[in-house]
Design a protein around this ligand. Structure first.
Ligand SMILES: *[C@@H]1O[C@H](CO)[C@@H](O)[C@H](O)[C@H]1NC(C)=O
Ligand SMILES: *[C@@H]1O[C@H](CO)[C@@H](O)[C@H](O)[C@H]1NC(C)=O
Ligand SMILES: *[C@@H]1O[C@H](CO)[C@@H](O)[C@H](O)[C@H]1NC(C)=O
Ligand SMILES: *[C@@H]1O[C@H](CO)[C@@H](O)[C@H](O)[C@H]1NC(C)=O
Ligand SMILES: *[C@@H]1O[C@H](CO)[C@@H](O)[C@H](O)[C@H]1NC(C)=O
Ligand SMILES: *[C@@H]1O[C@H](CO)[C@@H](O)[C@H](O)[C@H]1NC(C)=O
Ligand SMILES: *[C@@H]1O[C@H](CO)[C@@H](O)[C@H](O)[C@H]1NC(C)=O
Ligand SMILES: *[C@@H]1O[C@H](CO)[C@@H](O)[C@H](O)[C@H]1NC(C)=O
Ligand SMILES: *[C@@H]1O[C@H](CO)[C@@H](O)[C@H](O)[C@H]1NC(C)=O
Ligand SMILES: *[C@@H]1O[C@H](CO)[C@@H](O)[C@H](O)[C@H]1NC(C)=O
Ligand SMILES: *[C@@H]1O[C@H](CO)[C@@H](O)[C@H](O)[C@H]1NC(C)=O
Ligand SMILES: *[C@@H]1O[C@H](CO)[C@@H](O)[C@H](O)[C@H]1NC(C)=O
Length: 580
């Protein structure tokens, strides 16, 4: 950022003070750059004086920091004049009689002797009119960074029509130029606008590679086209080439090319299919080319490789998984042949990373009474090609009660093993899982739906009821005790363990099961209840202690009701494992 500027005095070529009263300054100074052609233009009202000449001076502001910001230049925020080099004459723009001058040679000479940043530096230019000894004031300054204002010239175009195909050969805009504004020819993308010359047909607009083919042109027809090069970043459109026209051949007499090429790409298994529209027995050959070659300007026709197992095949499909990697783009082409009668190749572009679809994961689900434990196996894992090797996978889980069909918001999980808590016991839940890669903006296929019933919640409910009942019983005992009726009560209760019917039915009038532990209940729950029963003895002493125990028994109840870490779950789960 901290652009270091050369500090130089700006006294250089101060205008002479003699006789500048009458002569006006040139106006609207501007610089136009196409490739490395530099043109300076200005306005001059001929009525001012027709017999004048013009001379331009310039000043360079050099950015020595690598992190220069030429944007500053464009916005004119720099303190030019003070920090730049001395103003010096622009050769090619001295004593000119027109209102423009070409200073390409001057710039290229300047740049030959300086750092690579020459076209990135910031320049100030101004101009004045002269007549005899008389000079005008300097014009206002035009400031520019060549790299920013330069435009891309037109590319070179060659057309050739053979066997019903029109081949195009594009050369980059600065071909054969020693000094280039854009040294990397691979940066360009080419846009073609083409149309049938005859009718007033709508022009078509397509992107092509430097060496490409037009395979869908009608026979014996004249087509015209023009080509433009552009850069994607920072975005910059170039000039269109002149129009070129070509007339196509007579109708092609060979086998028609294989039609309707399409690619199925699932879990990194790639299948190319096409229509077998032939009457005679034909065989096919499939070839593959790294997409990199198509960007080049050289002839890449020898770089195609025949796909292993797809040479001279009779079925209209080819598994080319082994021929491509995950990254990069590829070209695939198919040719039909019958004896010595061959078709043209038909070509399709393939980008594995973009086009590969992520298949459904497989899932295993264990049900507990309030949660589901889910284990997800990444798509492709069963075929030894786990998609988690290629993508940074997360999982989206949709689950819902079978009774309602609302799917609700999905749960997103990063790990393949997770739980879905907070469910209702003894309820049928359905779920489906999808793998997705947030980084690649790619959603996988859904697993098939799996429906699982959570385990019976009655046991734990009864347990709470049991604890509650014991607490009430304790209260009852304490009260009885303090009223001195203990003996009488003992006679009523303890000979037979049977509880009073009013306690038994609290909250569950329809239930006939005993409120104490049922045979289904697990050992750990028994242990908790044991503790409470033990506590019960101490309760009998003071009312204060009783209050405390009531508190802890409620806590214990909540604990067994909500949490999933109790040991009892394991024994329950083994009874319900589901797999999809
Ligand atoms: C700028 O001009 C002054 C005066 O003509 C001269 O002394 C000085 O060396 C020049 N500086 C550069 C960097 O050319
Ligand atoms: C400079 O440009 C302005 C705006 O385009 C125009 O009105 C003016 O006439 C130009 N000056 C000359 C001397 O042509
Ligand atoms: C321009 O210069 C030519 C010759 O130098 C001269 O003949 C002509 O009169 C001049 N015109 C004006 C308008 O000064
Ligand atoms: C540029 O010139 C200004 C004004 O003369 C001065 O204050 C500043 O320090 C100069 N910048 C550098 C980097 O020398
Ligand atoms: C650049 O200038 C040269 C010489 O005048 C010319 O032949 C060439 O066509 C120009 N290039 C562009 C892109 O304008
Ligand atoms: C294109 O069409 C125009 C008029 O329709 C004709 O004059 C011209 O010769 C045609 N160009 C070519 C290359 O056929
Ligand atoms: C090639 O096949 C096409 C289409 O079936 C047929 O019309 C043509 O005659 C064949 N050419 C030769 C040389 O066999
Ligand atoms: C194609 O080949 C099969 C067996 O190879 C043969 O029976 C059939 O007659 C052939 N069809 C044609 C049109 O040649
Ligand atoms: C292609 O296979 C056919 C039979 O399937 C055979 O007759 C022909 O010679 C093979 N062509 C090549 C180039 O291998
Ligand atoms: C389900 O429970 C069985 C037996 O306890 C266990 O082996 C399996 O890993 C569990 N599955 C899940 C998805 O937790
Ligand atoms: C997966 O790999 C294992 C070990 O490399 C092999 O035993 C198994 O057959 C492979 N399965 C498939 C479907 O390729
Ligand atoms: C889920 O509910 C539908 C009706 O809503 C019912 O037809 C279907 O049998 C239920 N599924 C299962 C597995 O019970």
């Amino acid at each position: 950022m901290a652009a270091l500027l050369l500090v130089v005095t700006a006294l250089g070529s101060a205008p002479r003070c003699t006789g500048q009263m009458n002569l006006k300054s040139p106006q609207n100074v501007s610089v136009h750059i196409v490739n490395t052609n530099f043109t300076l233009k200005w306005d001059w009202d001929i009525r001012n004086d027709p017999n004048v000449t013009f001379s331009a001076h310039y000043q360079r502001q050099k950015f020595e920091d690598e992190d220069y910001e030429t944007v500053l230049c464009k916005n004119g925020k720099l303190d030019y004049g003070e920090n730049g080099t001395n103003w010096t004459a622009v050769s090619g723009c001295q004593n000119v009689m027109l209102t423009e001058c070409d200073f390409s040679a001057f710039m290229l000479t300047e740049c030959d002797f300086s750092a690579i940043s020459c076209f990135l530096d910031c320049y100030n230019v101004h101009i004045r009119a002269q007549k005899g000894e008389e000079n005008s004031q300097w014009s206002s300054i035009f400031q520019f960074a060549p790299d920013q204002i330069a435009e891309i010239g037109p590319p070179g175009v060659q057309l050739k029509s053979t066997d019903g195909i029109v081949k195009i050969n594009i050369s980059p805009p600065e071909t054969n130029q020693k000094r280039k504004m854009w040294p990397n020819d691979l940066r360009y993308t080419y846009r073609v606008v083409y149309w049938k010359n005859s009718s007033n047909s709508e022009p078509k607009n397509i992107i092509i590679f430097p060496r490409d083919e037009f395979t869908d042109f009608a026979p014996e027809t004249t087509y015209c086209l023009k080509v433009q090069a552009y850069i994607k970043f920072p975005p910059k459109d170039g000039f269109f080439s002149p129009e070129y026209c070509i007339t196509t051949d007579k109708v092609w007499n060979g086998l028609p090319r294989p039609a309707k090429l399409n690619i199925h790409a699932l879990n990194m298994k790639f299948l190319l299919k096409w229509d077998n529209q032939y009457d005679q027995n034909v065989s096919f050959t499939v070839q593959c080319l790294s997409g990199f070659f198509r960007k080049l300007y050289e002839d890449y026709s020898h770089n195609w490789d025949t796909v292993l197992g797809c040479n001279n095949i009779t079925i209209a499909q080819c598994d080319f998984s082994s021929a491509v990697h995950f990254s990069g783009t590829y070209e695939l082409r198919v040719q039909a042949m019958s004896g010595s009668n061959k078709s043209h190749w038909n070509t399709i572009t393939f980008d594995p990373k973009k086009q590969n679809e992520i298949g459904p994961p497989s899932i295993k689900v264990n049900a507990s009474n309030e949660l589901l434990r889910v284990l997800v196996f990444a798509p492709g894992e069963s075929e030894n090609k786990s998609m988690s090797e290629f993508y940074d996978l997360s999982y989206r889980v949709f689950y819902w009660k079978n009774s309602s069909d609302a799917e609700g918001k999905p749960k997103v999980e990063k790990q393949p093993s997770f739980t879905i808590p907070g469910l209702t016991a003894s309820t049928l839940y359905c779920l489906k899982v999808q793998a997705f890669s947030p980084g690649d903006n790619k959603d996988g296929h859904f697993s098939s739906m799996i429906c699982v019933r959570t385990l019976d919640g009655e046991a734990s409910f009864l347990f709470i009821l049991g604890v509650f009942g014991v607490a009430i019983l304790a209260t009852f005992i304490v009260i009885m005790f303090s009223f001195g009726l203990y003996r009488k009560i003992k006679y009523v209760f303890f000979p037979s363990i049977k509880s009073p019917s009013n306690i038994e039915n609290i909250g569950r009038p329809t239930s006939s099961s005993p409120y104490l532990l049922t045979s289904e209940e697990s050992t750990e729950k028994c242990c908790i209840v044991d503790n409470i029963l033990i506590e019960e003895e101490t309760i009998q002493t003071t009312l204060k202690d009783y209050n405390h125990s009531k508190q802890s028994s409620r806590d214990s109840g909540n604990y067994s009701n909500e949490d999933d870490t109790s040991g009892s779950r394991t024994s329950q789960e083994s009874s319900g494992q589901y797999t999809v």
